[in-house]
Structure formats: structure tokens, C-alpha cells
Design a protein around this ligand. Structure first.
Ligand code: GLU
Length: 692
């Protein structure tokens, strides 16, 4: 078999030699014909994108446009972000050639303790319960963030910028397929406190695509802000109503908490990837450092040669993610409370040390955090023990370039879809549940503490080339944000995809061994081969993230953009380019067979035609079984010319490969167990199994 593998490899490398190297700027999208020159936006809703485009067309800069987009999103995508939430805005100022980060992340109220999410018996309150009370609501930062951005980096007034949002709330908008879907999935949450229910589920009927959504309370709120600025919320009547509602729902937030809210301007985290500067969100977000760690780990390999979404690429990527996520959980939190080893985590020698742990062939089960502090010449000053994953929520990301070359990359959130489900009565906006981004268990660097900001995964990122702005990118999706951003960047830089294709190419996410989440579009061959390496792919695919990016072609000055299709992503250029993504087809369910095969408790994706009970015993199509158990690679399939009529006994083959085998005849489940590191199935001695 080794001979066959070598033959395949030789043929493969030969084909690479004759492929000419692409010389042009990566990410440029020729399908968009001529690029824009006067500015471009990419956002998750056409009306919000239009609000931003209009500002650019009227001479506003990227920050002005970003402010208009955020305020509009509060109206047209109210389940994802708004003045009841927080976010991170990255701003690139062309004139000063400087990138800064405005941190408008929610802050914990003053009257909280690390035990906030423990019940009277000291047990952690489950996420489903803890995220829908007033305790989950952090002091919101978005409105102050937008106001600060306009004041310090914009050219227009909030009172003008807010106008499209007021019109959209007052006159109403058409519910699009994306909003209809999110409402439908959250009816219980919306009806729990009725206020939100009466807006989105009027008379018990969830709004559907095409229905009109008028939000008079929200329009009133936005008009108050137009008149009084953010004081209307942080010191005035909106704030009073907000605090009253949070307290009514068991939270402790006070007017003082609102008055004491501060937007922080922070230095972003920086590294390089294959000659590009990669600049991203600093703590309290873990996003930037983790994206950068994944990229740095992958920089040690010829990712281009591995090919997009090949098992070899996915193997290295998954292992890199596990290493980076282990460090994330151990070391990243609000820097104002605990020092974060930002230098050590990205130190070339540290990365080399960590890269050595990547097994190119098999999943590594026990991935632990490293010691980045050593590379800063220090000992870990924090006695952190708790490592919790953030829940996967939703959010929104948008990117802007203006005609001067300024860029904004802004990820903004109320955490889960519709946040805590609490709407401020009479003021029409949703409140976040960002406090649940803290660890529920006390003891770690990300425990709940007064006035602290919960650790985020948001990763608004910018890439520059030779000092010239090149890309602004980001995504929603809790910790999956990190995977979406890193993979899309590699799709552009390494796999040479135009930005739109880079965004739509299916992604994976794995925050730790063994579970891998995957998007529709991966072939069964690839999944089986990855599972043979010891990874546990989830049973069904799911969409991951919602990337919006812009590309600035530094050679020609033209602008392009890409928008994801899991919402109505839209790219609008001032003078060229109009792109609205189409709704993806529903995910198709594969028909299940007569029995299930589980390896190390992960269900294998064999279809009904591929499995057969013969004399009451489980058999699987030969090539599928051999691929799934790691005896052959998907690249071998061409040589084996799979015969779909030949079946092999799962029990016999698995036993011969050293698996512990259990066949539950009643439940019709055959379970195989083996430590993925135990041996290397697929070596020569296993070869004769194939011909049996
Ligand atoms: N709360 C999340 C975070 O800050 C963002 C919401 C999401 O997309 O999950 O990481």
C-alpha cells in the first residue's frame, strides 16, 4: 500500500510543478468586475449596508459609515447587536498609518461576586437558565463606543448619522428571511418577558419573511439619543428604564454603573503572517491572539501545497486550533485585572515549541496550555485554574473602507440571539447577556468580578501589506469566530481565493479534542479520513459564523468585498459593486442506515446504502469502512476503484486493527474503541485486510 501512496504523492507533486504561481493581489474578486474606488461596505443586512454606503457617498469617512451601520443594525438586525450591547471597533487611520481599537465591551456592575452564577447550593446554574435573567446583563457600551468613535475619528455628527436608523424604526422595514428564521427559533425566549414578544411575536404569531416590522418605541429612543447624545442612556431616562427592568429581572445594575461606564482605547495585538501584518482585537478579547496563534502555527507548513480543505490541511488546522484554544482558556481575560502574556503567546520560539506538538497524522487527545510566560522571562503571576469555553452565540460583523483608505472592522454583539431576551419596556431595544461570557465557576482569570469585562472571542481583524491597508475582516459566532477568521484569511493568502469564495468555502471549528463542528460542503471522504485520524466530527453539519470582509487592492487602489450567505450579507461600493448573498439551501439530512457505527463515541457518517446487515451482523461498504478506519486515504480511492457492492464485516476488520468492539444488536449500534495515538493503522501490516 505504501507504494501506491507514494505513486499518488508523486503524481500529485508533478501536477504542482506545472501550476503557475498567481502573482496578483490575493482576494481580489474579478467576478465583481470593476472594483469600487470611492469606498465600500460589507454588512449582514442590505439596509444597514445602504446606510453606510450613503454616508460614504456623501463624503463621510469609514468611521462615520460604521456608526451609521451599527445604529441601523440595531433596527434591522435587532437580535444581534445594538445599544444594549458591546463590541470592538478597529480603526485604521490612513494619514497616521495607525490602527487603534475602541473597546466598548460590556462591564460587570459594581455589585457582583465571582459566585454570581452559582445557586444557593454552590452549583453552577445551567446556561439555558443563567443567560435570561437580569444578572446576565452587562453594562452596555455600544452607544458610548459609537459616540466616542465619531468624536475622535469621525467627521459627522451623531445627530445626523442616526437618521436612517430612526426612519427604519419609525416607518418600518420588511422582515427578511434571516430575521424571520431567528424569531422563529426564539419564540419562547421572546415571549418570556412579553415586552420583546409583543414586538417580534405580536398576538402570539412570530413575524414572517415579508411582514412589516415597525418599532415606534425604538424610534423614540433613537430620537432621544439624537437630541441628547449618549447621556440619554448613560445618565437619562433611557438608562433609568433600563436599570429598572434589569433590577426587576433579578440583576443588580444601577444608574452609577451606567454613569461609570468607560470606552477604552487600546493597542491592538499585532503579528505577521507570510509577509502581511495581522492586527486584531486585544484583551479583553481572546480573539485576536488566538487567531494570530493559529496563523503562526500554520505558517510553519506549506498550507498552499496542502490544498484547501484537504484532510492534511484540516488535520494540521485542527491540531493548531486545539493548541491555541488551550492557551486561550488558560491565559486570556480582561487585562485590566490579570496580566496576559501577549508577547510570549506570539514569540517565534514559543510558537516553534508548540508547533512540535502537532501530529501530522493523528489527533492528539491531551492538549494542554503551554508556558508563554517563560518567553517573557516571568513566571505565571496568575493562579488560574478554571478553563471554561464561551458559549456559541451570535453577533454581527461589518467592514468598511473609505476613499481615503481608512478602514473599520467592527464586531458588535448582544451575545446570544436576542441577548437575554429582556427588552427595555417602552424603549424598544434588547439587552445583552454578556455576563455569561465570564466563567460561571469562580477561580480563573475570567471569573466574574465587579467592573470587569468578560472575555470575548470577537476578532475584528485587519491585514496590511508593506504598510498599505489590505483587508478588514471578522465574524460572529462566539469561539467559532476565531476559526472563521483564521480560515478565511488562509483561504485568501494561501489558497488564493477571491474574497467571496474564501468566505463561502466550508469551515470547521474545534475548540478542543475530539469534537469538530463542520459546515455543509465537506465530502464524506474527507470526514471519514479525518475521523480515521481520531477526530470526532459532529453528526450533522451546521453553519459556522457569518464573515463580512473588504479587500483593498494595494496595487490598483480598487476595493472589493465579500459577504456571507447565512444572513442577507451585502457588499455595496459607492461607485461600483452591489452584491446581496442568496439564502443557502436547507441542510439536507442523510438517510440513516439499519445500524450505526461509532468509533470512540463519534458516530460515523455512513449512509443507508453503505451499511448492510448480513446474517444479523454489521457490514459496511469496503472502501468506506477502510477509509473510516484509517486503512486507506481518500487519495488512494482512485487506485482502489471502489466496488460499491463489496462489503466488509465491521466486527472482523475492526478487531484485526486492534479496536475493542461492541455490537449492541438491540440498539443496532456497533461501537469501536481505541486510543487514536495507539498505532498507525494504514501501515503495511494492515494491508492484507483490504484484499480479504
Ligand atoms: N459574546 C460573544 C463574544 O464576545 C460574541 C457573541 C457571539 O458571536 O457569540 O465572544
Amino acid at each position: 500500500m505504501k507504494v501506491m501512496k507514494m505513486l499518488v504523492i508523486a503524481l500529485f507533486s508533478l501536477s504542482l510543478v506545472v501550476t503557475p504561481a498567481a502573482a496578483e493581489v490575493p482576494g481580489v474578486d474579478h467576478s465583481m468586475k470593476r472594483g469600487a474606488t470611492q469606498g465600500i461596505v460589507a454588512a449582514s443586512h442590505p439596509l444597514a449596508a445602504e446606510a453606510g454606503r450613503k454616508v460614504l457617498a456623501e463624503g463621510g469617512n469609514a468611521v462615520d459609515a460604521a456608526a451609521a451601520i451599527q445604529l441601523s443594525l440595531n433596527v434591522v438586525e435587532p437580535m444581534m447587536s445594538g445599544i444594549g450591547g458591546g463590541g470592538f471597533m478597529m480603526i485604521y487611520e490612513k494619514k497616521k498609518d495607525k490602527i487603534t481599537m475602541l473597546d466598548s465591551r460590556e462591564m460587570a456592575p459594581a455589585d457582583v461576586t465571582p459566585k454570581l452564577f452559582l445557586d444557593s447550593k454552590g452549583k453552577v446554574i445551567p446556561f439555558s437558565k443563567r443567560h435570561i435573567t437580569g444578572k446576565a446583563v452587562g453594562v452596555p457600551g455600544t452607544l458610548k463606543g459609537v459616540e466616542t468613535a465619531l468624536k475622535d475619528y469621525g467627521t459627522m455628527d451623531l445627530s445626523d448619522i442616526i437618521k436612517p436608523a430612526i426612519t427604519q424604526a419609525e416607518q418600518g422595514i420588511k422582515v427578511n428571511w434571516s430575521m424571520a428564521q431567528y424569531i422563529d427559533e426564539n419564540v419562547d425566549k421572546l415571549e418570556r418577558y412579553q415586552t420583546a414578544g409583543s414586538v417580534f411575536v405580536p398576538n402570539g404569531k412570530p413575524l414572517k419573511e415579508g411582514d412589516k416590522l415597525v418599532q415606534p418605541d425604538l424610534a423614540k429612543t433613537l430620537k432621544l439619543i439624537q437630541k441628547e447624545g449618549s447621556d440619554a442612556l448613560y445618565k437619562g431616562e433611557i438608562g433609568k428604564a433600563l436599570v429598572k427592568e434589569v433590577q426587576k429581572r433579578d440583576g443588580s445594575m444601577t444608574m452609577d454603573d451606567l454613569k461609570n461606564y468607560v470606552v477604552k482605547e487600546r493597542e491592538p495585538v499585532k503579528t505577521t503572517y507570510r509577509g502581511y501584518d495581522v492586527v486584531s482585537a486585544a484583551p479583553p478579547s481572546s480573539g485576536g491572539l488566538t487567531v494570530q496563534q493559529i496563523l503562526k502555527l500554520m505558517e510553519g507548513y506549506d498550507v498552499e501545497k496542502m490544498g484547501s480543505n484537504t484532510p492534511q490541511y484540516l488535520q494540521h488546522l485542527t491540531e493548531a486550533m486545539h493548541l491555541a484554544f488551550a492557551d486561550r482558556a488558560a491565559y486570556m481575560a480582561d487585562e485590566d485585572f490579570y496580566e496576559v502574556p501577549k508577547k510570549g503567546l506570539l514569540d517565534e520560539d514559543y510558537i516553534k515549541e508548540r508547533r512540535k506538538l502537532i501530529n501530522p497524522n493523528k489527533a492528539t487527545p491531551n492538549v494542554k496550555e503551554g508556558d508563554p510566560w517563560k518567553y517573557e522571562g516571568k513566571e505565571n503571576p496568575n493562579k488560574a485554574t478554571v478553563k471554561e469555553e464561551n458559549p456559541i452565540g451570535q453577533t454581527t460583523h461589518f467592514s468598511v473602507v473609505d476613499k481615503w483608505g481608512n478602514m473599520v472592522s467592527y464586531t458588535t454583539t448582544i451575545e446570544q440571539v436576542f441577548g437575554s431576551g429582556i427588552m427595555v419596556p417602552d424603549y424598544g431595544f434588547m439587552l445583552n447577556n454578556e455576563m455569561t461570557d465570564f466563567d460561571a465557576t469562580p477561580g480563573g482569570v475570567n471569573q466574574v468580578e465587579p467592573k470587569k469585562r468578560p472575555r470575548s472571542s470577537m476578532s475584528p481583524t485587519m491585514l496590511l501589506k508593506d504598510g498599505k491597508p489590505f483587508m478588514a475582516i471578522g465574524s460572529p459566532g462566539g469561539p467559532t469566530i476565531i476559526a472563521s477568521v483564521a480560515e478565511t484569511i488562509m483561504n485568501v493568502i494561501d489558497h488564493k481565493m477571491p474574497i467571496q469564495k474564501a468566505i463561502l468555502t466550508p469551515r470547521i471549528y474545534s475548540g478542543g479534542y475530539p469534537t469538530v463542528r463542520w459546515e455543509p460542503g465537506f465530502s464524506q471522504d474527507t470526514i471519514l479520513e479525518m475521523m480515521a485520524k481520531g477526530h470526532g466530527f459532529e453528526e450533522k453539519p451546521e453553519h459556522i459564523g457569518n464573515v463580512q470582509a473588504v479587500i483593498y487592492d494595494y496595487e490598483t487602489g480598487k476595493m472589493y468585498g465579500g459577504a456571507d450567505n447565512t444572513r442577507q450579507g451585502t457588499v455595496l461600493g459607492v461607485d461600483a459593486i452591489k452584491y446581496v448573498s442568496k439564502q443557502p439551501k436547507p441542510i439536507k439530512e442523510e438517510k440513516k442506515g439499519e445500524f450505526t457505527v461509532e468509533v470512540n463515541r463519534a458516530v460515523y457518517p455512513f449512509t443507508d446504502k453503505q451499511v448492510k446487515l448480513i446474517d444479523g451482523k454489521p457490514y459496511v461498504q469496503s472502501d468506506r469502512l477502510l477509509l473510516g478506519l484509517g486503512v486507506i486515504d481518500s487519495s488512494d480511492l482512485k487506485l482502489y476503484k471502489p466496488n460499491h457492492h463489496s462489503y466488509l464485516s465491521v466486527i472482523k476488520v475492526a478487531k484485526s486493527l486492534g479496536y475493542k468492539v461492541k455490537w449492541d444488536e438491540e440498539k443496532k449500534v456497533v461501537s469501536l474503541e481505541k486510543d487514536p495515538g495507539e498505532d498507525d493503522a494504514g501501515d503495511d501490516e494492515d494491508g492484507d485486510v483490504i484484499t480479504n
